[in-house]
Design a protein around this ligand. Sequence first.
Ligand SMILES: *Cc1c(COP(=O)(O)O)cnc(C)c1O
Length: 420
Amino acid sequence: MDHFHYRDGEMFAEDVAIAQIAAEVGTPVYVYSASTFRRHARVFREGLSALPRVHLAYAIKANPNVAVLRVLADEGYGADVVSVGEMRRALAAGMKPQDIVFSGVGKTRAELAAALEAGIGQFNLELEEEGVVLAALAHERGLTAPAVIRVNPDVDAGTHAKISTGRKENKFGVPIDQAPGMFDRLAGLPGLDLRGVACHIGSQLGDLAPLEAAYARIGELVAELRAAGHGISRVDLGGGLGVPYKPGDVMPEPAAYGAMVARVTQGWDVELMFEPGRVIAGNAGVLVTEVVWVKPGVANPYVIVDAAMNDLARPALYDAYHDFVAVRPNGEKMTANIAGPVCETGDTFAMNREIDKVVSGDLAIFRTAGAYGATMASTYNSRPLVPEVLVEGERYAVVADRIAAETILSAERVPDWLQK
Ligand SMILES: *Cc1c(COP(=O)(O)O)cnc(C)c1O
């Protein structure tokens, strides 16, 4: 459920006409619905309401805009961050340090130190050496680092290979059979408070079965660690729930997910941490674009839009599908390819797709662009960095400026020896 809908034949974001935003801010532009973010945050929380102790850490990488983070902080969410840059955003949005989880396979020593000094609530360790270094950094500062070990449960998430993280050959986590030995060696280190384990097996999961299999393995590990005398007070179950991209896609509801978690974690007696990203942000944003040309093609015409792979990378990266609809559809349809202006064949959003008939100058949106959209944007082909707008009810604001190509150019220089 989202708040992008037609009203009298024209696409609105909540109570604001998309065409009005396009006229004022220009295109391409991301438009987010604060009410949709709030709704998803609440539905996800309600899905987990049967569980006794829950901490929600929104995975910032899905959509790190500081206004979006403020909305989610308002909804009682903390954050899962994967860099100090993301940590600074969470803090800037008003999230409390103790509500922040620091994940990531390549946290640098400088990042670990900065996060310790900020007092963040949990470090998710990816390897034993990281635990040793973190303990020493904490100890020399007179601090204790709260930490869990991220394990790799070796399950196939059944999603796209590039967003699958829980198979043993992936770079993430500690092989689950090595976790008990690592726990034994790290648990006694001064400066480290090792509280439990974490897992995250992948993203855009359309099926609960791989998650259930992973969580069952985590349950066995928790029992084994307790039998070895370790106190386990936290288990972090990661994120990964999928969202519908295509009309007709059916994804697990947060309530079904919560029921599965309640069943599998029965009797664990821990605080459960969750790191939802896409399920909160995906359908809360669209990318608004203008049709530049309709270019005749061999089989179908190419609808060339002013948004490109540098603004929305998912189709080029993962062959992802984004629904494309006209802002003012006239009722007619056409079969077309949709592509951006960037000089890459991969800069193609769809091939042979039946879409609303559009002509040069028409506005359209790519739906479900709220997660892994603007955050992956670049300035490839010296295009400006795409701006972002947040709508709530009748109000809207530009929450990230369009960064002009000239501004980016102004950060570059020709060295002395090349000056004429
Ligand atoms: C990306 C990521 C998430 C969020 O994944 P979604 O599929 O967006 O829910 C959660 N935890 C970790 C460690 C991640 O890397």
